[in-house]
Design a protein around this ligand. Sequence first.
Ligand code: EPU
Length: 341
Amino acid sequence: MSQLAFPIANTFGLAARCRQHLRVAAPCRFGVDEPALVVGEGSNLIPLCDFAGSVVQLADQQLSWQPQGDDWLVTAGGGCNWHQLVSELVTAGIGGLENLALIPGSVGAAPVQNIGAYGLEVGERIDWVEGFDRRDGQPFRLSASDCRFGYRDSLFKQADGQALVISRVQLRLPQAWQGRTSYAPLARLLDGKAVTPQQIFDAVCVIRRQKLPDWQQLGNAGSFFKNPLVSAEQAAQLAAAEPGLVSFAQGDGSVKLAAGWLIDRCGLKGLAVGGAAVHSEQALVLVNRSGTATARDLLQLALTVRERVQARFGVTLEPEVRFIAEQGEIGFDQALVRFLG
Ligand code: EPU
């Protein structure tokens, strides 16, 4: 039997293997003498090559909820499927997560990326996150503010949080539910009517199915790049030069640009390198068009997209996905040097 016998599950559909799979049910120590990679369902991972260690998943799939004061407290194991959790809550009449329907991945991975969609980020709903430090098995419980949530960012992506494994999450959902319908396509679909969590859930599912490819039919890892933040001056200059520029002013004076719009405006929808392509419906998603894309195809495509956007708008796109090499995660620039030479 080969030493690297086990496939690394990833929704982009790259062929890569690891040495073993572990399912972890209790705090323990691992990843000290050999590399280890904790994964949810591989929906945001780009394995660039075989991984010389263990791929670890959380076993706990328990879900429970109870009222406390004016809230629902929902406790979910890190191994629960995220969409299943949202769906069960909505069916039980508990609102608060419906904008995050159909996001692929696990509950344990959700706080790492601070998953977000249609006007809501999971960090806003988190009460605490529990788990352990994989270097010594020491348990921790962190409040939402300790988790340092930002746009697609958290403590768990920083150097001081990377050894923390999330095994359970508690969400706090107000019983006095208020729907979030400000995201324009959602508002249009709901047409200003009074709505229920179920109706928002259904509308979000409709929008996602229209815009985003189903990874089971067309491999992808969701948005490949983050929406870039620029200064108000740069946004104003770009808006003057580029009619229709899509931008969102942030509370701190910076402006978020729609990366999908920038890529689209460069005429890159459908651009292909080998088996990898810019999705023809949503330019922020790169797809494995024939199921045969290699890591090199994908990196070359991502580099071309970044260069073309940089040349036209002077804006540097940063990947939202995470790249995995033989020993663990590496950055985009490092991946380009290592795999494109
Ligand atoms: N747009 C284009 N052309 C395109 C794609 C987008 O013109 O090819 C325009 C759209 O018309 C819209 C704007 O760009 O005016 C933004 O597009 P969209 O609403 O589809 O959202 P996004 O910025 O591309 C972000 C998240 C998604 C999330 C949606 C909805 C990031 C990196 N992506 O995408 O999250 O579902 O908003 O809230 O923030 C993910 O993280 O994997 C993901 C799918």
